[in-house]
Ligand binder design. Structure first.
Ligand code: KG4
Ligand code: ZN
Length: 355
């Protein structure tokens, strides 16, 4: 393999059908994402069966579009990379079968890529290589994980969520506030008009030196703030007086913006505190953010302030590479291919992985 190898990537671990063409591990020549947001919005979350069916319907067109966008022919492709873990099993299988078929037909190696590792590689796309050692914080709808990285393919899990993922908390709080789905971008936008100090929501696991995360208490705190606590209702307080059980409909737009901003501030506070802790524990000089939540404007700002204080380099993905995409899959695969780490055509999909 030459350093100029061009890799075709496929990603379908959740609710986006993605294909991309990436040269030298970083130069994105084609990147296509078919989002299923509209399909899932009416259910307030991703429905696995709906997702896998939509992947089947979209995958051929997405593959073809990415190749056309790159201006290349199959003969120019050195390998096919695919996300094989973790994710929704039915969704992963669609991308995996497509990738195996392409690798077989094009007669090139298949490369297996972990989706969360790929998010931790996304800041390298269209940019300079990442300098290691680094700490990487990946926060998305399905994952909140902190890694010690000694290279793009060498990641050691040093912290993760004990319950909800950060993005999941954004989505659930947006649901409580009747904002819609997915919640992250909506809360981010609304928070601009709110006061982050209006409500002091809890910050979990900040005491001690833990690198783990917990967001379910914060989500419940928002729910009680909006609906009133069950105790309030049990004591027979009139629902009208406390707002108990009425959802967010009794709140003014300003109150909702204040809650959104205060919730976001609590999440960002926890994420950045853990990032700082991880830098101190590992001695790494590079901080990496990745995953859907890394698009959050408050998080990007706070991480950048923190990096400056710690005299670290912060690597943020471009906004188009924060959410799921196959460019990060193909980019990371280049490093596996270079190391001779290729997969067999009997490669299996795995829904959950913890390492
Ligand atoms: O990485 P991603 O596309 O999918 C997973 O691998 O899960 O992340 C999607 C998640 C959703 O929960 C969405 O609400 C969140 O990323 N998200 C954001 C923002 N944009 C997307 N969260 C906070 N602020 C944002 N601007
Ligand atoms: Zn993702």
């Amino acid at each position: 393999m030459t350093d100029a190898a061009t890799i075709f990537g496929i990603e379908s671990s959740c609710d986006e059908t993605c294909a991309a063409v990436v040269a030298d591990g970083r130069r994105v020549l084609g990147n296509v994402v078919a989002s299923q947001i509209d399909l899932h919005a009416r259910y307030g979350g991703v429905v696995p069966e709906v997702a896998s069916r939509a992947h089947i319907e979209a995958i051929n067109t997405v593959i073809e579009s990415a190749l056309v966008q790159s201006g290349l022919k199959p003969a120019d492709i050195a390998a096919v990379a695919v996300t094989h873990e973790p994710g929704l099993i039915g969704s992963l299988l669609v991308g995996l079968m497509a990738a195996k078929t392409l690798a077989w037909v094009w007669d090139v190696p298949l490369v297996a890529v972990n989706h969360v590792y790929a998010h931790a590689y996304s800041p390298a796309l269209d940019e300079e290589p990442i300098e290691y050692p680094a700490v990487a914080l990946v926060c998305s709808g399905g994952h909140t994980a902190l890694y010690r990285c000694t290279g793009p393919t060498e990641l050691e899990l040093i912290g993760s969520t004990t319950d909800d993922a950060a993005g999941e908390a954004f989505d659930k709080v947006a649901h409580i506030l009747n904002l819609g789905f997915p919640g992250g971008p909506l809360i981010d936008r609304l928070a601009h008009d709110g006061d982050p100090a209006a409500v002091r929501f809890p910050r979990s696991l900040l005491r001690g030196q833990s690198l783990d995360f917990s967001f379910s208490g914060l989500k419940t705190a928002v729910l009680y703030h909006v609906n009133g606590t069950p105790g309030q209702r049990r004591r027979g307080r009139p629902a009208q007086a406390s707002g108990a059980g009425r959802g967010a409909s009794h709140l003014s737009r300003q109150e909702i913006a204040d809650i959104a901003a205060s919730f976001q501030a609590a999440v960002v506070d926890v994420l950045v505190t853990k990032l700082r802790r991880a830098v101190k524990v590992t001695g790494a000089r590079t901080m990496i953010l990745g995953g859907g939540v890394s698009a959050n404007s408050a998080l990007r700002r706070a991480a950048s302030d923190q990096a400056e204080r710690l005299r670290c380099t912060l690597r943020l993905p471009a906004l188009r590479y924060c959410v799921d995409n196959a460019a990060q899959t193909a980019g990371l695969a280049w490093h596996y291919l270079r190391a001779g780490q290729v997969a067999d055509l009997d490669l299996e999909a795995q829904a959950t992985v913890r390492r």
